[in-house]
Structure formats: structure tokens, C-alpha cells
Design a protein around this ligand. Structure first.
Ligand SMILES: [Zn+2]
Length: 414
């Protein structure tokens, strides 16, 4: 362990920050409604700026309104080591999703400030704009521009349900900085986040060493049969699109089970036409979501899925068309960053496991341009995107301690 072996973050201050910021958009059920660039988001952004400035940081914005709080190092020509996540929430969001990654970063700055420790690299805490996509779709919009996944024009043109664009709201809030989004240099990026799933809690482990994010592919399946009278058409003479779809859906499930436990498949939406009680359905559409941590296995799953759909369509005398609608390749985080996280968790003696994120995060896009890793801590029953989202003070403190020491290790590596 380093010369700062005994250095920890202040868990009480961190918890107080979680409580303080939860008031910006706080809901009756104990959650938060803080949509990107709303009045409530502006309040928490102002809080972020004040709090970081009080710790001696400078705060700047890039052209997508991403907020960077910078603590100087001893070698300020080095690109900074960044920590962060997002402060916006879902409509009925919780108190931890995203928020912990930003406030954990502030807890790290506070610990260094209190101990009067100077790192070689400057350290920065980032608040990425519009991660949730709840107001402006798609999610991870500004980190996506940072990582080169979206153009700034596209991102700025995204509008909410009232037709108000993200660009308009950035300008209204005074959040448009001089720096072009994506031009901000960085040596490494660490994102602390609640797991948003049940694995750590079930296994009673404190720290998830996130090695990457699973690949996801979406499709729309269109099954075409023939409409027919429900009373006059004998069973053997039907081309029932819904019956065929039901059998095909069973096969979508089988694709994931054939690649257990990592393979996942979900049908989330299904519609049938003409949607009449006494007509045999002529057309059924359903969505398919396939996931796997390995891109090559995901490819095999896709081929298996396409083949099963085709053969079941033929066996049921219907036509099938499959349209890919989204493809998010599997992400593998930087080994040096992963090792820094793992070694830090080990230094503290925290129980841990490696884990692949099932959800998207800002780190997905940031990792395209900056060496990146993530740290997970458990959340109650794996519940997230919900006002009931909960995590313990002990776990969020542990995650922030790992963040602190991962950053200190990275300071010597990069
Ligand atoms: Zn999040």
C-alpha cells in the first residue's frame, strides 16, 4: 500500500451531500425527479459548482454543458485523472443512480484537501449532462458526444416532449463553455455507481470490479399470417400470426438459455393486428433484446435467433421479417484501471467480485477515448430507476474509498 494507506473519505460528509442534493427535485416517496437541465438540475449544478470551489477547485463547462471541477496537481501539464457520473435522474428516479459517482468524487477531493495531499496529475470530478435520456433521448447523450458516438449537432437537436431542445436549455442555463466537447484531455476515468442489479447483494459482496459492459442488440420481429373469421375458419386452414409468434417467442427465450448464464433475451413489446376478438391475427410485431458480455458469443446468439425464427415461421406457415433496430457493442474496460480498482478494494479487505455491467453508463462512451473502469456497490434488492432505490452508508463509503485509492494508484501509473 502507498504512503497514504490510512487515508479514507469522510462517510458522514458524503452521506450529508447525498441528503442535501436529494432535496433538489425530491419527491414525496423519497426519490428524486431531476430531469436534465430542468430548474432542479440547475439547482444541483449550482450546488456542485459552489461545493467544488469551496474545496479549491476551478469549475469549467464544455460545449455540451458537462461540468468539470478541477483540483490542481503538482504537474498541471499532465492530463487530469477524472472521476464522475451524472446528477440528472429519471422522472421517478432514486437518490443514488449517477449521483453517487459525482458525490463520491467530491468525497475524494475533500479527503485530499483535508489531508493536504497533492497528486501529480490534476484531479477532476465530472457531471455529465443528460445521462438518463429521460428528458432528451437517447441516454448518455453528452458523454456520447465526448466519446465520439454522437455529433454535437445531433445531441443539441434532441427535444423534450414540449419540443424544447437540449441546445436551447444549455444556452438558457448558461452552461455552454468555450471548450469543444470531446477536446478535454484526460489520463484516466473512474466511475463509481450502484450496481442497479441484485448480484452483489445476493452474494454479500461490497465491491464490484466492473470489467466491462455487455453487448446489446435490438430487433423488431414482424410475423405475417392471414386474417380469417374466428368462427368459420377450420383450425388446420389458418395462418395465425399470433400463434406462430407465441411459439417463436418461446424460441427467443431458448436462445438465451442455450448460452446461460450470461446470455439474456427479452421480449418487451408485442402488438397484434387487426386486434379484434373474433379475427385470427394477420400480423404480429414483437421486440427482441439480446445481450451477452462477449461480442463473439452475442454474434452466435444472433445467428441462432435468426435461424430459429426462420424455421419456426416455416413450420407455422407464416412469413417473418427481422429488422435490427439497435446495436451497442460489448465494452472492455482498461486493464490498468481495472487493476487499480481491484488492488484498492484488496487493500481495504473489502469483499469483491468481477462483474460486467448490464446497464449503460457514461463510462461506456468515455472509455472509447480515455482509459476507464467502474466500481459498483450494492443497492437494495437491485432496485433502480425507482424512488425506492437505496444503498447503505457503509457501502457508499466503501465504494468511495476504493475510488480514492484507485485514483491515487492511477496517479502513479499514467
Ligand atoms: Zn446512472
Amino acid at each position: 500500500m502507498s504512503q497514504y494507506a490510512n487515508l479514507t473519505i469522510n462517510g458522514q460528509d458524503l452521506w450529508q451531500d447525498l441528503v442535501t442534493t436529494a432535496a433538489f427535485g425530491g419527491t414525496e416517496k423519497g426519490g428524486i425527479c431531476r430531469l436534465a437541465l430542468s430548474q432542479e438540475d440547475r439547482q444541483v449544478r449550482a450546488w456542485f459548482e459552489q461545493t467544488c470551489k469551496a474545496l479549491g477547485c476551478t469549475v469549467t463547462y464544455d460545449s455540451m454543458g458537462n461540468q468539470f471541477a478541477r483540483r490542481a496537481g503538482t504537474h498541471n501539464d499532465l492530463p487530469p485523472i477524472m472521476m464522475g457520473s451524472h446528477l440528472d435522474t429519471q422522472v421517478t428516479g432514486g437518490r443514488f443512480d449517477g449521483i453517487l459517482g459525482v458525490l463520491g468524487g467530491i468525497a475524494v477531493l475533500r479527503a485530499l484537501h483535508a489531508a493536504n495531499i497533492n497528486t501529480d496529475h490534476p484531479l477532476e470530478v465530472v457531471n455529465w449532462t443528460n445521462e438518463e435520456g429521460a428528458r432528451f433521448a437517447p441516454p448518455m447523450l453528452a458523454s456520447g458526444v465526448f466519446g465520439g458516438a454522437f455529433t454535437e449537432e445531433f445531441a443539441g437537436s434532441r427535444a423534450d416532449t414540449d419540443g424544447v431542445t437540449l441546445r436551447h436549455e444549455l444556452e438558457q442555463g448558461g452552461f455552454v463553455g468555450q471548450e469543444q466537447c470531446g477536446q478535454h484531455p484526460a489520463s484516466a476515468y473512474f466511475e463509481l455507481h450502484i450496481e442497479q442489479g441484485p448480484v452483489l447483494e445476493a452474494e454479500e459482496r461490497t465491491i464490484g470490479i466492473v470489467t466491462g459492459v455487455q453487448g446489446m442488440r435490438w430487433y423488431e420481429v414482424i410475423v405475417r399470417g392471414r386474417s380469417a373469421h374466428a368462427g368459420t375458419t377450420p383450425m388446420p386452414m389458418r395462418k395465425d400470426a399470433l400463434l406462430a409468434a407465441a411459439r417463436m417467442i418461446e424460441q427467443v427465450n431458448a436462445v438465451a438459455l442455450a448460452h446461460a448464464p450470461e446470455g439474456l433475451s427479452t421480449i418487451g413489446i408485442i402488438t397484434a393486428l387487426p386486434a379484434s376478438s373474433n379475427v385470427v391475427p394477420r400480423e404480429v410485431r414483437f421486440t427482441v433484446d439480446l445481450r451477452n458480455p462477449s461480442e463473439s458469443v452475442l454474434q452466435v446468439m444472433e445467428e441462432d435467433f435468426l435461424q430459429r425464427m426462420q424455421s419456426y415461421a416455416e413450420a407455422n406457415d407464416v412469413q417473418v421479417e427481422i429488422v435490427p433496430t439497435w446495436n451497442s457493442p460489448a465494452v472492455h474496460f482498461d486493464p490498468r484501471c481495472i487493476d487499480s480498482v481491484k488492488a484498492s478494494a484488496g487493500d481495504f479487505g473489502y469483499t469483491m467480485r468481477e462483474i460486467v455491467s448490464g446497464a449503460g453508463h457514461d463510462a461506456v462512451y468515455v472509455s472509447r477515448v480515455v482509459p476507464t473502469a467502474m466500481i459498483f456497490v450494492p443497492c437494495l434488492h437491485g432496485i433502480s430507476h425507482n424512488e425506492a432505490e437505496s444503498a447503505t452508508p457503509e457501502d457508499v463509503t466503501a465504494g468511495s474509498n476504493v475510488l480514492l485509492h484507485a485514483v491515487l494508484k492511477a496517479d502513479k501509473i499514467f
